[in-house]
Write a protein that binds this ligand. Structure first.
Ligand code: ATP
Length: 375
């Protein structure tokens, strides 16, 4: 279990105030889980990871791994990085040239103070190389590996020390798109099979959703929401999270009141009145923003059955983009433009009249003034 409590890390600057790169960052990662720090460039992900590794010295906070304090400002504890027993793989991982795959993976064991026996090293290295599917290439010159294989070797080198924590900073970003997709699966498998607690840094929301047990979304040095991928995607608490975690339509509106027949809030917007399921203590007249994912904007050439409990509108296809496994349509509804992601069976040419349906359960109401999701 990793526990990070109220971590603050600053960078001094020559002129002006210090950069507060991590501000009161707190989270806990149970043993064996895959935890991701996700956010835009400059939000403090790498700083947080480097602080956990001991490569940055925080200004305050506590970091504990399996009950062992590695940093505490209160007690003046700072365990140096080489004593923390964490494995690290960074974006610019370095493979040592003029060395075989085996020698690269064995290196961390060879330089250990209490070096294991030759046989122990051989067994351990072959077992991690087999975990990353490189055992058949053990004798190859490491520079003669593909990008993805080198990446796996960097991972093997981190795993060979049996670290308590595996820290990964955008390890897939140097790979081409196809290889990155494959490595995602491999990384997930390796992490699962080794049961190793992993902290992963990325700005790629797809990667975070695909790999993580839990995600901490960061913005401007702070953690703004923590939760399992599905929660973060379906129940974003702020406009920032809703927007960052995927494409979304935002519609501003004014709360009209609660619809007694459907038990739903009626919100007046530029596309018409929208019914929204929400437990929020809205009051008539207050402002609200509604977030609707493109895949939740249903389109049809034929009318939907009129149903008092759902949101049905008329619209016009503005721009249609066929993408093979789906079709993206920008549809004009009332005074607003909505982005829809539909099944490719939808045949909508630009300018065609369309029927639009939005399930009230799929509308996320965010109280507009505070930026915090209302319910
Ligand atoms: P990226 O995805 O671009 O790597 P990040 O979310 O990992 O970004 P950090 O690298 O942690 O963000 O940077 C957080 C803030 O701290 C940024 O404003 C950055 O400019 C600043 N920063 C990072 N390293 C230093 C440094 N060595 N000296 C001064 N400021 C720094």
């Amino acid at each position: 279990m990793l526990s990070v409590r109220l971590l603050n890390t600053e960078y001094k600057t020559q002129k002006g105030p210090a950069v507060r790169a991590a501000q009161d960052v707190s989270f806990e990662v149970p043993k064996g889980k895959f935890f991701t720090l996700l956010g835009p460039s400059g939000c403090g992900k790498t700083t947080t990871l480097r602080s956990i590794a001991g490569l940055e010295r925080p200004t305050s906070g506590d970091i504990e791994v399996s009950g062992r304090v590695v940093y505490s400002s209160r007690n003046g504890v700072f365990v140096p990085p080489n004593k923390r027993n964490f494995g690290m793989v960074f974006q610019s991982y370095a493979i040592w040239p003029h060395m075989t795959v085996f020698a690269n993976a064995a290196f961390p064991l060879e330089v250990r103070k209490n070096r294991p026996s030759k046989q122990q090293i051989r067994d351990k290295v072959m077992s991690v190389l087999s975990a990353v599917a490189l055992d058949h290439l053990a004798d190859r010159d490491a520079t003669k590996l593909s990008g993805g294989q080198q990446q796996r070797l960097a991972l093997a080198r981190a795993l060979v020390m049996e670290p308590e924590l595996l820290l990964l900073d955008e390890p897939l970003s140097n790979l081409d798109a196809k290889l990155r997709d494959r490595m995602r699966f491999e990384l997930k498998r390796i992490q699962r099979d080794n049961g190793i607690t992993t902290i992963y840094v990325t700005h790629d929301q797809g990667e975070a959703l695909a790999l993580s047990h839990e995600i901490a979304v960061m913005n401007e040095g702070k953690v703004v929401q923590i939760g399992p991928p599905r929660d973060i995607y379906d129940r974003p608490k702020t406009k920032f999270v809703a927007d960052f975690i995927g494409t979304t339509n935002f519609i501003e509106g004014q709360v009209q009141g609660r619809d007694d027949s459907t038990q739903r809030w009626r919100i007046h917007t530029a596309i018409g009145d929208i019914l929204v399921k929400s437990d929020a203590p809205f009051s008539a007249g207050s402002k609200a923003a509604i977030s609707i994912r493109p895949e939740d904007v249903e389109l049809s050439e034929r009318p939907f059955t009129a149903d008092a409990a759902s949101n049905v509108f008329g619209g016009t296809a503005d721009t249609t983009v066929f993408l093979g496994d789906f079709v993206d349509v920008q549809v004009k509804v009332g005074q607003a433009m909505l982005q829809s992601r539909s099944h490719p069976s939808l045949r909508a040419s630009d300018g065609a009249a369309l029927h639009v349906r939005i399930d009230p359960e799929k509308c996320i109401a965010i109280a507009d003034d505070s930026g915090v999701r209302a319910g």
